[in-house]
Design a protein around this ligand. Sequence first.
Ligand code: NAP
Length: 263
Amino acid sequence: MDFGLQNKVALVAAASEGLGKASALALAKEGAAVAVCSRREQEIRAAAAEIHSATGSTVHPFVCDVSNASDIKRWVDDAAQKFGTIHILVNNAGGPPTGSISSLTDEQWEAGFELTMMSVVRLTRAVLPLMEQQRWGRVITIASFVAKEPLNELLLSSSIRPGILGMTKALSSQYASKGITVNTVCPGYILTKRQDELLRSRAAQQNVSKEEYLREQARLIPAGRLGRPEEIGSVVAFLASEHAGYISGVNVMVDGGLAKAIH
Ligand SMILES: NC(=O)c1ccc[n+]([C@@H]2O[C@H](COP(=O)([O-])OP(=O)(O)OC[C@H]3O[C@@H](n4cnc5c(N)ncnc54)[C@H](OP(=O)(O)O)[C@@H]3O)[C@@H](O)[C@H]2O)c1
């Protein structure tokens, strides 16, 4: 299936590794030119070079902390200047801290909100005028299954992510007539560095090895295994494609059947 992304420009946030990098790779494989960012210069440059050499597509790295408003402005301006426009936005960021109602400080809540919610607000707001001008756009936000089924130890994430689903739904109806779709992807447990860190800390709390905890975790997932980053990348690329032009305001759970509610 040709996704029709050869002449498209994508902006993928937080893409030096993990789900952002997998999304950038999937879009680049389909022929899109991709602007990628993360906070660490060496890592984002290395990721861009790796994706370029694997796909032949143009991949433009930029150093940007997506929890910082002026960094976002500099990045979007840079990408729009380099490529002339932006067709696809993939909102993504690092995971907010774990913790409980008694352990999380006001500062952590505020920083978590800047990182998880305001990065999506600011990036989306910055690219929508370009998408409106060309009457074509795709806004895809990587959220989390906890937006649907909260987890106690991911209190901050479980509190903020549902707001992203609400914003997605509201924007989708506002921008549908302009050729712009707005959707979210909610990963379950996907094996990335973030997930590895979570696995380690949960294993330590339960006094078992990481491998033992991983086996336990996999047993709880109907698919019997954790997900692979490229399984998120494929869904992002499909939602960005011409084929998904009539899909807007939806949340795609990519969790191996983990979440039990009817979504
Ligand atoms: N993996 C999962 O199972 C899973 C499940 C549900 C939801 N999620 C969510 O999906 C998102 C990505 O997770 P992941 O597993 O891919 O994480 P990851 O493997 O830790 O990768 C995080 C990426 O984000 C970048 N990053 C972190 N903070 C940033 C910031 N402030 N500004 C710009 N870039 C930043 C990192 O690069 P630098 O360090 O260079 O900035 C890195 O490239 C997170 O929000 C996570 O909570 C993940």
